[in-house]
Design a protein around this ligand. Sequence first.
Ligand SMILES: Nc1nc2c(ncn2[C@@H]2O[C@H](COP(=O)(O)OP(=O)(O)OP(=O)(O)O)[C@@H](O)[C@H]2O)c(=O)[nH]1
Length: 419
Amino acid sequence: MNAPPPRPPLQWPFLACGLGVVGLLVWFGSVQMSVLHSWLGLLAGVGLLILMLRQFRGLHRQATQDAQAIQVVRRELAIEQARQESHSADLGLLSRFGNLLLACTDEAEALQTSQQMLSLLLPGSAGSIYPLIDGEGLAEATHLWGIHVCGTRPQASAQDCWAMHRKRQHVASNQSPESLCPHVQPNGSAAFFTSCIPLVAQNESLGWIYLSSPGAEAYPKLQMAVAAAEQLALALANLKLRESLRDQSVRDPLTTLFNRRYLTESLGREMARSGRRKQTLAVMTFDIDHFKAFNDTYGHAAGDAVLVAFARLLQTSSRSEDIACRMGGEEFVLIMPEMELTVAERRAHELLAGITQLQIMHEGQLLPAVTTSIGLALFPDHGRQPDRLLAASDQAVYRAKSAGRNQLVVADAVDITSS
Ligand SMILES: Nc1nc2c(ncn2[C@@H]2O[C@H](COP(=O)(O)OP(=O)(O)OP(=O)(O)O)[C@@H](O)[C@H]2O)c(=O)[nH]1
């Protein structure tokens, strides 16, 4: 910003004015003395008055220039103030974004929040968030805003993005097509810019944000986008860590099924939900038969392989709303919300057959088939409290053992007013 030029000193006009007045006085006074003196006085007075007028004109010009300079400064100040206000509004949004991310409980919520906030933070651009969806570097543009001025692949590998290679933002334009990332698909001749920003936190790459903006100028709010990407990356890394810690606390490390702790947490919740919806819920308890003998014959590691294979069978033959748990040892429980007795019985028979058909290889050797006994209890018929329902299912599995194993036994109906 230019500073206004300094004003000229004001002595001159006053001095010229004073001398002009003195000249005129001398002229009036000298009228009495002599004509020559009077004309000299008059000339001096008029000369000084002209000088004074010139000085005033110069001052006026200076004042006009000053006023113009002040206007320029005011305009620049207004622009600067507007820039500052927009910057502080952006910082406010950025901090709100950070707070919202802190409140997110999972990755899906964080991405949804980011989609909404980035569209506010980065007006004039279209964007896609590409979170990595597997350990192989494949990413999917799951959350989008605005209308991209050029296409981008919905699924792309980290190899297709320069920002992922360089681990820093990559700005490109169709003016130099070789600079565009391979996932960008130009679909017209109008000028556009693209910006890819990697999502990296704690040295881990989690995906990238892709922005496109029309015109021949690079997107002006790139720094804001980079700051937002840093916040999102940090939030995603924290949520992943939280998820993994939570997972460790509720999952069985050998089979990765849920553990007993998770079962007790979720059974009550699922029963309450079924109660509200006036639906039945089935609980199946599995106990692999003669597992001690199996371990003794083929070794503990072979036994582990059987437990892992059976866990996979439970997972693959369950619906997404079912909850498969390993209670400990060779005992498993499957919670099946919204399941009627006849359907549950059919599923149990499929599992009885399924376990005998497992082809389990261990150290290059095909292990012999194993069988399981199953106890089945239904909410609310066999228990209205989680411990009662589990106990009913447990008792049923022991009856299946006593009856010769490799079979299903349904719990006895009980007086539900006392269960
Ligand atoms: N391999 C392996 N074995 C386990 C694990 N946890 C418990 N076991 C074994 O599972 C066996 C359970 O034996 P039992 O409770 O006597 O039951 P069972 O031999 O299956 O007999 P039934 O249940 O009456 O058919 C024991 O030998 C335990 O050592 C595990 O994580 N891995």
